[in-house]
Design a protein around this ligand. Structure first.
Ligand code: DGL
Length: 314
């Protein structure tokens, strides 16, 4: 347990969003990371699932940018002070714009993936949505850091639907996963990045289709969030604050969930993916979101871009 030493830090309100349940894979990592710190206040987490407009992957850049703009504005009223783009499609298309629209730090998993642990590989396969692949956001970011790295991005948006519907064991799902696993093996990749936040829920199953001798590493970018948060909340060694500490499941339990879809259905998904039984799902009408437009874009606007810090791994 690390006692947070930054006395100027007295409030943390994290805004997460995704097209659906994919961002739960990020929420879990965020909750795990926060549970490793001893704050003398209670950090809060908000999660908005834009279920009514899921999937984002096949949509145009203009549509995705519009969604991010609306969600960014919608969150302004909730006084959030850390944005976590729990949707890589949104990050690939609009993370830079979100950084202009928000004064607070914006965490995006694509930048977080460009770290020493990933850059040690020579040939990487990225599985992601069509919009992410078309944007080349992963290849551009990774190759900017290591120009001779071979990166291939493969549009695999059907995995989003598999996760959304919870169809983990059908023959179709098995065939799809086997196809991508064979592709990774036959083309001699060192690592596969699960570049859509829905996909890490399939990592264990995917692994079953790799031969036992395979040395291909499977990467969930969300796990790098914890190390980056570690840079932000500089730890002080010493005694604890004396408050009762929150576990990762406490953080998940206290998350405020919103959906543009059917709250009852979303509650079932929360239960299934997060093992949390709740009837406190709040409904957001898409029309309400569509009213949200960002108007502030001051040239004096400044924000802390934590992502300029590339984490170093021992
Ligand atoms: N989970 C999101 C991502 O990381 C969105 C997937 C989708 O809606 O197509 O890309």
């Amino acid at each position: 347990m690390q006692l947070v030493s930054d006395s100027s830090l007295n409030e943390l309100r994290f805004a997460l969003f995704d097209s659906g349940v994919g961002g739960f894979s990020v929420l879990v990592e965020l909750a795990n990371a926060l549970a490793g710190f001893d704050f003398d206040f209670d950090p809060e987490i908000f999660y908005l699932a834009d279920t009514a407009r899921c999937p984002y992957g096949p949509k145009s850049e203009a549509q995705i940018t519009g969604f991010v703009e609306q969600i960014s504005k919608w969150y302004l009223g909730r006084k959030v002070n850390n944005f976590v783009m729990a949707c890589n499609t949104s990050a690939a298309i609009a993370s830079n714009k979100l950084r202009l629209w928000q004064e607070c730090p914006v965490w995006d998993l694509i930048n977080l993936t460009c770290n020493d642990e990933v850059l040690k590989y020579n040939k990487i396969l990225v599985l992601a949505t069509l919009a992410t692949v078309n944007s080349k956001a992963f290849s551009n970011a990774l190759q900017a850091a290591k120009p001779d790295l071979v990166v291939e991005e493969l549009a695999s948006g059907e995995l989003v639907n598999i996760v959304e519907t919870g169809d983990f064991s059908s023959i179709n799902t098995r065939n799809v996963l086997k196809y991508y696993a064979d592709y990774a093996v036959n083309n001699k990749f060192d690592a596969v990045i699960f570049g859509c936040t829905h996909f890490p829920f399939l990592i264990d199953q995917f692994r079953k289709y790799l031969p036992e001798s395979s040395r291909i590493d499977l990467i969930n970018p969300a796990k790098y969030l914890a190390s980056q948060l570690g840079y932000k909340f500089k730890a002080k060694s010493g005694l604890s604050s004396g408050r009762s500490l929150r576990s990762a499941s406490d953080y998940i339990k206290n998350t405020r969930f919103f959906t543009t879809g059917n709250p009852d259905n979303f509650a079932i998904q929360v239960n299934k993916f997060l093992n949390l039984s709740t009837d406190r799902i709040e409904y957001v009408d898409v029309q309400e979101l569509e009213q949200c437009k960002v108007t502030v874009n001051s040239p004096n606007h400044h924000y802390i871009n934590d992502l300029n810090i590339i984490p170093k791994f021992a």
